[in-house]
Write a protein that binds this ligand. Sequence first.
Ligand code: PLP
Length: 453
Amino acid sequence: MDHLSDLDRHFVLHPATNLAAHQRQGPLIIERGEGIYVWDTQGKRYIEGLAGLWCVALGYGEDALVDAAAEQMRKLAYGQLFASRSHEPAILLSEKLAHWLPPTRSGDGPWRFLFGNSGSDANDTQIKLVRYYNNVAGRSQKKKIISRWNGYHGVTVGSASLTGLPVFHTHFDLPIEGILHTDCPHHFRHAEAGESEEAFATRLAANLEGMIQEEGPDTVAAFIAEPIMGAGGLIVPPATYFEKIQAVLERHDVILIDDEVITGFGRLGTPFGCQAMGMRPDTMTLAKALSSAYLPISAVAVPDWMHEAMKEPSDKLGAFAHGFTYSGHPVAAAVALRNLQLFEERDLIAHAARVGQHFQARLAALGELPFVGSTRGRGLLGGLELVRDVSAKRRFAAEDKVAIRVAALALERGLLVRALAGDTIAICPPLVITEAQVDELFDCLQSALRAFA
Ligand code: PLP
């Protein structure tokens, strides 16, 4: 162990880490990055196959973003949005985002943006908006939010409650009251024998409707979903899923919160994941690629009708009492704005759609390898699920830790990928990846999978 490793084990408490294993193994210390590659302190190069944590969309070492940050820091290092104060970066970023988003579902009036610092706090904001909006509208009983098992929405008390993975609840005394979980739309795992994707989607929509009816439609306010589940196992919903789910939501006046934290800004080859997956969101959560992770920033997109419903009551009730010191931080906002301008100048969404086709073809080809039970994804997002017996879809034992072992074999070969729940390997490279680099990535992964077999 070198000096930095020693210091790390001594002083750093690592999130989402097996704390005992970390003390035994020590950290992988990454020092620098350029494009889709990063280098560790020993000088070894890796393909960043998960774009950091699904976030470095524009790739590493982008000078234009460094310049945008430095320029803004020199001009105005901090500015606030509380109590009607404002600044140019937050205003121009909001205007830019409004042009990027699909029209609001009612089609009239603009989106407004409530900024935060992370996907988790943005989803907490979503919970509070649902409560505030219904309380001031005199419907104080309509506040429950339905999420899905395996959905991932963050780790704060509220957003971890939305997250549908037991490890984020157990021992944290979560979820909080008023958050319910419905079926995970994982056809490969949860469809009955011979059940088509459509029939599976119909069954899940009926289950959702049953849950709403049992709870009482006047108590259920919102449903939250990622267009494609990320951290919960890279799960692509079955054909017709959102169409059927939305019909249920509309029948019971339940809003759809679209968590675009991973799928936003081109990841699926469309500006937002909802457009690729047939969702018509009422509100949206944005983070990660919004600034390509050069600085932390997130946003909740609020439709005009929701703002209107809160506007008059706020006059009587006093300030809309929510927001963070760093909501719309000018440096983060300036970087996010420049990031989106670079997306436009470089036609990055079209690039992601084009290279994404090659990516998906290489991913699908891995399905031929032993122990690969399912491959799935869209655009430049993909996952593969390892199984002991492909025809019976029989799982490995949890203690086999197969996804972790494959990720370690990939790491040896110079590729960073992520092992997820359910023996799934996730791949989500920077959007700037080229076709040749997609080949390099999948050659490494294929070699790791062959070594595992
Ligand atoms: N929502 C989704 C879909 C995510 O994937 C994540 C993080 O991976 C979050 C929310 C939480 O974001 P953060 O880690 O920035 O709090």
